[in-house]
Write a protein that binds this ligand. Structure first.
Ligand code: ZN
Length: 299
């Protein structure tokens, strides 16, 4: 972690990368933020968690940690005496989330996922101020597709997700997604670094003009498609592609290449991400499709 303390008092913003270790665009972006952030012009404090899931990064795992096969972003708020992932979650809850006022958990597509950039807005319904501020933070970060999520747990003892843990505790938080397939492209690294500085300006932590997404695309509803079996995955779509209801999303074959299932989109919308590598197990994500709304902000 890096803690940058500004020359003037202000809010505490936590920026987290590497909750999933094979999502390097956010990790490289926070190294850039560390270099470029000037404490003399900063108001408040920025906590940078450079690689939240170090075992996953070092061992190059997707989704789950190497030692307990648990998804760090499903075990929050964690346990002090739990498995490795649960202990990491507990450390982040107590040493980062409990210490901050605002939080951005910066993700990308995982090592097997191609993705079009988007944010999640957690419309939790517990505290109007927290929901509205989180929505404004998502717009400030700058990704113009924003998935509206109303299904996150409200029980403080079982918050599951990193950003939801902050949100349930009254701290506005967003999850962002930019980058994918394990490659930190310059475009996606700079996108994530720029988003971090935009949020700091939104929170009046840095001088300069505040920017927001002028014409957001609200993604509501959205569906994560999961695999009906175990075998070899052949995607038929690409990120950002518009698909109709019933359109072929991809085919699953057995290990000899014989088709055992065709997967079709359950709704019309845009492909937010799609798994692009062949290894596939029953119940695993294949990708995500969301319906696009350009109209007014959701109530
Ligand atoms: Zn992730």
């Amino acid at each position: 972690m890096t803690v940058v303390t500004g020359s003037a008092d202000g809010p505490v913003l936590a920026l987290i990368a590497g909750t999933h270790g094979s999502e390097p665009s956010p990790i490289v972006a926070l190294q850039r933020v560390r270099n470029e952030l000037d404490p003399l012009t900063l108001r408040g404090t920025v906590i940078l968690v450079h690689i939240a899931n170090l075992p996953s990064f070092v061992h190059r795992t997707i989704y789950r940690g190497p030692w307990d096969q648990k998804n760090l972003n499903r075990v929050f708020p964690g346990k002090a005496d739990g498995t490795a992932s649960e202990r990491i979650a507990y450390a982040i809850t107590t040493q980062v989330i409990d210490q901050c006022d605002y939080l951005v958990d910066i993700h990308s597509g995982d090592g097997n996922e191609a993705l079009r950039p988007y944010s999640y807005w957690n419309q939790l319904g517990l505290d109007e101020r927290v929901d509205v501020t989180a929505r404004e933070m998502a717009l400030a970060f700058g990704l113009d597709h924003i998935v509206v999520d109303r299904g996150r747990p409200r029980d403080p003892a079982a918050t599951q997700f990193c950003s939801n843990t902050a949100h349930v505790r009254g701290k506005p938080a967003v999850t962002t997604e930019a980058g994918g397939v394990g490659v930190p492209t310059e475009e996606m690294v700079s996108c994530n670094a720029r988003g971090a500085f935009r949020v700091m300006r939104y929170l009046d932590m840095l001088p300069g003009p505040k920017e927001t997404v002028e014409r957001p695309r609200w993604i509501d509803p959205s569906v994560v498609l999961t695999s009906p079996g175990t075998g070899t995955w052949y995607p038929a779509v690409q990120p950002d592609e518009h698909v109709s209801e019933g359109a072929l999303f991809g085919r699953l074959t057995n290990y000899f290449g014989d088709v055992i299932a065709e997967v079709r989109s359950p709704l019309a919308g845009v492909v937010m991400y799609v798994v692009v590598s062949p290894a596939m197990s029953e119940g695993e994500p294949l990708g995500m499709v969301g319906a696009v709304t350009v109209a007014a902000l959701p109530a």
